[in-house]
Design a binder for this molecule. Structure first.
Ligand SMILES: [Zn+2]
Length: 225
C-alpha cells in the first residue's frame, strides 16, 4: 500500500547524469512526477562525452546538481560505470561504497538504491549491495507488467520509454482498479530522446499519466522499499 491508501504507484529511473537530464527534470517537475537518477560520482564532468548518431552525449559537471535534482532520488550507478561482474570483489566494493559515500556527501542524503552499470551483476555484486544496505538494484530486463517484485536486488522496470508498448501500458495502468498494489516503473537514458528525436513520447506520457487521484507518484525507493 502506498501513501493515502493508494494501490497504484508510478516511478522512473534514469541513468548516467547526462546533460539531457535537465530537460527531463523540467518535464517531471511540470507534471509533479518523481524519478530516481543513477549517478557515477567519479564521472561527473563534461570531459566525458561521446557522439551517438550525431548527437553529443555529455555527462554533467558536479556543480549545481544538488539543486537540479532537488525533489528526486539519487542512487548509485558505480563510481566509474564498469561492468561490475567482471571485477574482483575488492574493486566491486570500491566502486559501490565510494559512489554511495560520494553521493551521500554531495547530495546530503541517505542513498538507498542502485542501478547496475550496463544492467549486469552477479552474486558477489549483490552481496556488496547487502553489505552497504542498498535495498534495491535495477537491471535492464523489463517485465511488461505492474506486478510487485520480490527480488529487489535484481529489480526489473515495467518497460523502457522506447518500448513499443509504452503508451499501451500507460493506458492499461490508468484503467486498472487493482485489489493489490501495482507499480508502473520506467527506465531509460535522457539522451535517448535527443538521439531518437522523440521528446514528444515522454511529454505525451507525462501529460497523460500525471495528476491522477488514485496514483502515487514516487521515487524508486519510495515505491519499492
Ligand atoms: Zn549507465
Amino acid at each position: 500500500m502506498f501513501p493515502n491508501n493508494k494501490l497504484k504507484a508510478l516511478t522512473f529511473s534514469y541513468d548516467d547524469g547526462i546533460e539531457q537530464d535537465r530537460r527531463l527534470i523540467k518535464l517531471f517537475n511540470k507534471y509533479n512526477l518523481k524519478a530516481t537518477f543513477n549517478l557515477n560520482s567519479g564521472m561527473l564532468s563534461n570531459t566525458y562525452q561521446w557522439d551517438i548518431k550525431g548527437v553529443c552525449v555529455k555527462r554533467m559537471n558536479a556543480k549545481g546538481l544538488k539543486e537540479l535534482y532537488q525533489g528526486h532520488e539519487i542512487a548509485v550507478h558505480g563510481y566509474s560505470h564498469p561492468s561490475l561482474e567482471k571485477l574482483d570483489v575488492d574493486t566491486i566494493r570500491n566502486e559501490i561504497e565510494l559512489d554511495k559515500m560520494n553521493l551521500q556527501h554531495m547530495f546530503d542524503c541517505k542513498i538507498r538504491g542502485m542501478a547496475y552499470p550496463f544492467g549486469t551483476c552477479d552474486h558477489r555484486v549483490i552481496q556488496v549491495l547487502k553489505e552497504n544496505h542498498i535495498g534495491y538494484g535495477r537491471v535492464v530486463e523489463t517485465t511488461q507488467n505492474f506486478d510487485i517484485q520480490t527480488n529487489l536486488l535484481e529489480l526489473k522496470a515495467s518497460c523502457h520509454h522506447n518500448d513499443v508498448n509504452f503508451m499501451k501500458l500507460a493506458e492499461e495502468f490508468v484503467k486498472l482498479k487493482p485489489a493489490e498494489p501495482k507499480i508502473f516503473s520506467i527506465w531509460g537514458h535522457s539522451y535517448e530522446f535527443d538521439v531518437e528525436d522523440n521528446w514528444e513520447v515522454i511529454e505525451k506520457f507525462c501529460e497523460f499519466i500525471s495528476n491522477r487521484e488514485d496514483i502515487f507518484y514516487g521515487t524508486n525507493s519510495e515505491v519499492f522499499l
